[in-house]
Design a protein around this ligand. Structure first.
Ligand code: ZN
Ligand code: ZN
Ligand code: FE
Length: 758
């Protein structure tokens, strides 16, 4: 007889790992036990040598769908336990060092039960099993046990308890398991908070049909929902949300229903159908008026909570079985995060009601404990990338190339996330939001303490942006001083580049190309079009875009005509301003000349704005990035065009696009202009990077910064640099925009070590 004790590390709790071990051990007639503990799953087995070998092999090969094994520790000289059979023991009590899985969509088997008249969970909105359902957003702390989730208050009925205790059942130790008998209940409330009697799903669908706006309780928060084919409802939703132009995400019953409205490649389809269920940006075919006007893409997603499926099922006339899900369905829903004015997504029934936007509420009494917006992704080439990372992906860690003491990083200002390291793993939080309002600042703090708690770490270093006034920086300062630990400010674009280096485990120096909005530079300037040399010791600024004035500061970031006027001023063509923008521009030029609220910036984002303003495609923006998105759309419509070789110059590392901007100012065809802008940008950036390679001999280049969300730019530049023998590294596990900064901040501290912290 052989005996062994194993410790399995990774994502092995809450994913059906113990029943899997139990089944495997039973099949091989092995004796022993399995249990959850603070570091993962512990297994003790004994039996015939050949049976043991096969058991170990299948343990890694056949592990459950949602699990991820990082490492197995094995202790071979273990005395054989004197026990018969194999059992699942209660959780151990060692310190917390394990993972909690992200939330995933309802699985196929559960869907079949959901629409099966004979199932006791027929139409049960909270159906789930060990292979599916909410996890992270309903868990309070580790280890992942029902008593630490928001299901704790629902006592299981006899039948559910029997399934929960039966290792051969799909719901063995499925923590959120329940049934209509014992689980949470749906309700429907009107805008005065009065319960409307009847079937909540049926009423919700009736109200949607009448053009009403509903708040629907989802997985990581509420959605505001309305009929995507009702322009009047959409307009009311826009007015209520103060969101005049920014596209809304749309939920379709299935991919067959999407085909009418958008194009879909095989990789886009599989991303849409993946259990993470992100919003995927697709190329539009037909309009849903008011949903995503004036942009080339539409954000589509499929149902992921059973409740979403029930709405589509009701609309389809309650067919039995799941075959209706193969054919196109009429119902299309706007489903946008329930928040107002950039505040965090609402998670409690009270928050949803207090917003004063929805006219009806589809609610239930299972609490959401963690806010997590839908993730937003796009497929570029064949690889998916993030625009926003949230539900479905948090809290999956990024593996670092080495272990480090625990570091807490507070991220940037816009699209804030925070990051905490534990050993060689970096846990980046879900999207928190822009820190320009008190509620998002509060969510930042809530997120920090929750993560510290559930990871069971004590940060030894704190990192933040260099900017002294960001809420994250202030928080970092106070956190560090109250605990007597070091605090390091990390330059914004250094962090951008380091984030991508962390993802790829790069430890030797690389050329970093940061094309971004603005961030505070080491010299106090506003950087944003940067060529950096980044290594473990830190970074140096090898080059930057020629600076332009930002007349009006923040206003210039929202009003591209100001950047256009600034470019014309730099070109000595102030005369063109009055005929184009209905103002003489005198006041504006006065500001620039006197240096009043007109900082200089090397921002690449503002260069896009200037180009858009000069081509007349966007004078004022309804939402961030709109000008660049329009330019990209026009360039795509036009098709590729040769670069304007005389459109730029490079001198002492300074890349100057003024000649190109002048040509754009004279260009009458906006589509042609947009195409010329992109091709010239690509040619210039490539020359810039290759000159740096010549100087340094470095062949690794890192793309980072929000401008790389522009796929015409990223794919064109990638191709060109790869053809020239460069190795290109891009963001894939996190967005290239400010959502990734916190990871970069951690990586900088980790690489520089203790001595650098001030
Ligand atoms: Zn399931
Ligand atoms: Zn039950
Ligand atoms: Fe940035």
């Amino acid at each position: 007889m052989n005996a062994r004790r194993l410790r399995v590390h990774g994502q092995v709790q809450g994913v059906g790992f113990r029943p899997f071990v139990w089944r495997l051990a039973s099949e091989h007639s092995l004796a022993g036990w399995v249990r959850n503990d603070g570091s993962g799953v512990e297994i003790s087995v004994s039996g015939e040598e050949s049976a043991m070998d096969s058991f170990f092999e299948r343990l890694t090969l056949e592990s459950p769908a949602l699990s991820r094994i990082d490492r197995i520790e094995s202790d071979e000289d273990f005395p054989a336990p004197e026990m018969q059979g194999f059992s699942v023991l209660p959780s151990g009590n060692s310190p917390i060092a394990t993972h909690i899985p992200p939330d995933v969509s309802v699985c196929e088997e559960c869907l079949h039960e959901l629409f099966d008249h004979h199932s006791r969970r027929y139409l049960h909105p909270f159906i789930n099993c060990t292979h599916c359902g909410p996890r992270y957003t309903l868990t309070d702390r580790l280890p992942y046990d029902r008593k630490h989730t928001s299901m704790a208050k629902f006592a299981m009925c006899e039948q559910c308890a029997a399934e929960y205790e039966d290792p051969s059942d799909r719901r063995f130790h499925a923590q959120p398991t329940c049934c209509p008998e014992c689980g949470p209940k749906l309700s429907f409330l009107d805008d005065e908070g009065r319960e409307v009697q009847g079937d909540a799903v049926r009423i919700a669908l009736e109200w949607i049909g009448q053009g009403k706006i509903l708040a629907v309780k989802g997985v990581g928060g509420f959605h505001l929902v309305c009929d995507a084919k009702n322009l009047e409802a959409i307009s009311r939703l826009r007015a209520a949300k103060s969101r005049e132009e920014k596209p809304f995400a749309v939920m379709f019953a299935n991919c067959a229903s999407i085909s009418k409205y958008a194009e879909m490649s095989a990789s886009e389809k599989s991303l849409l159908e993946s259990r993470e269920r992100p919003v995927v940006l697709l190329r539009k075919k037909n309009e849903l008026p008011g949903v995503a006007d004036d942009v080339a893409e539409i954000g589509a997603m499929l149902p992921y909570a059973p409740l979403h499926y029930l709405l589509f099922h009701e609309a389809a006339g309650r067919p039995s079985g799941t075959s209706w899900l193969d054919s196109p369905q009429e119902l299309v829903l706007v489903a946008t995060s329930a928040n107002s004015g950039g505040e965090p997504i609402a998670i409690s029934n009270e928050e949803a009601m207090a917003m004063g936007i929805a006219e009806g509420f589809l609610l239930h009494d299972r609490d959401i404990l963690v806010r997590a917006d839908d993730s937003v992704m796009r497929v570029s080439g064949k690889s998916p990338g993030f625009l926003r990372r949230g539900r479905g992906y948090v809290p999956v860690p990024v593996k670092l190339p080495a272990s480090a003491p625990a570091i807490l990083a507070l991220g940037g200002f816009y699209k804030n996330t925070v990051c905490i390291t534990r050993g060689d793993e970096a846990f980046v939080s879900q999207h928190v939001g822009d820190l320009d309002n008190a509620s998002c600042c509060a969510m930042l703090e809530e997120t920090v303490f929750r993560m510290i708690d559930f990871l069971g770490v004590t940060p030894e270093f704190v990192a933040s942006d260099l900017h002294p006034d960001f809420h994250g920086t202030r928080f970092a300062r106070e956190f560090a001083s109250s605990r007597g630990i070091p605090h390091l400010g990390v330059q914004h674009h250094h962090a951008h580049v380091a984030a991508v280096m962390a993802e790829h485990g790069l430890t030797s120096p690389a050329i970093g190309l940061a094309l971004d909005g603005t961030g505070l530079g080491n010299d106090g300037g506003l950087w944003g079009g940067e060529l950096l040399l980044v290594g473990p010791e830190g970074f140096s600024r090898a080059g930057h875009f020629r600076e332009l004035s930002l007349p009006g500061g923040d206003r210039a970031s929202r009003e591209p005509w100001r950047m256009a006027a600034s470019a014309l001023h730099a070109l000595g063509r102030e005369d063109l301003v009055s005929e184009r923008y209905g103002t003489s521009g005198k006041a504006l030029f006065g500001m620039i000349d006197k240096g009043l609220n007109s900082p200089q910036t090397s921002s690449a984002g503002r260069l896009f704005d200037a180009a858009a303003g000069l081509l007349g495609v966007c004078e004022k923006m309804g939402y961030e990035g709109q000008a660049a998105m329009r330019l990209q759309m026009l360039a795509t419509l036009h098709g590729e065009i040769p670069a304007l070789e005389s459109g730029f110059s490079i001198e002492n590392g300074v890349l100057d696009f003024l000649p190109l901007l002048f040509v754009l100012a004279m260009e009458k065809d906006a589509m042609r202009g947009a195409a010329l802008f992109h091709s010239t940008l690509i040619a210039a950036l490539s020359e810039w990077v290759l000159a740096e390679r010549k100087k340094t001999g470095i062949h690794d280049v890192v793309f980072s910064g929000g401008c790389f969300l522009n796929t015409v730019l990223s794919s064109g530049l990638r191709r060109r640099l790869m053809d020239s023998g460069m190795k290109v590294f891009e963001a894939s596990k996190l967005p290239p925009n400010d959502g990734g900064i916190s990871l970069g901040q951690c990586y900088v501290v980790m690489q520089k070590g203790v001595g650098s912290c001030v």
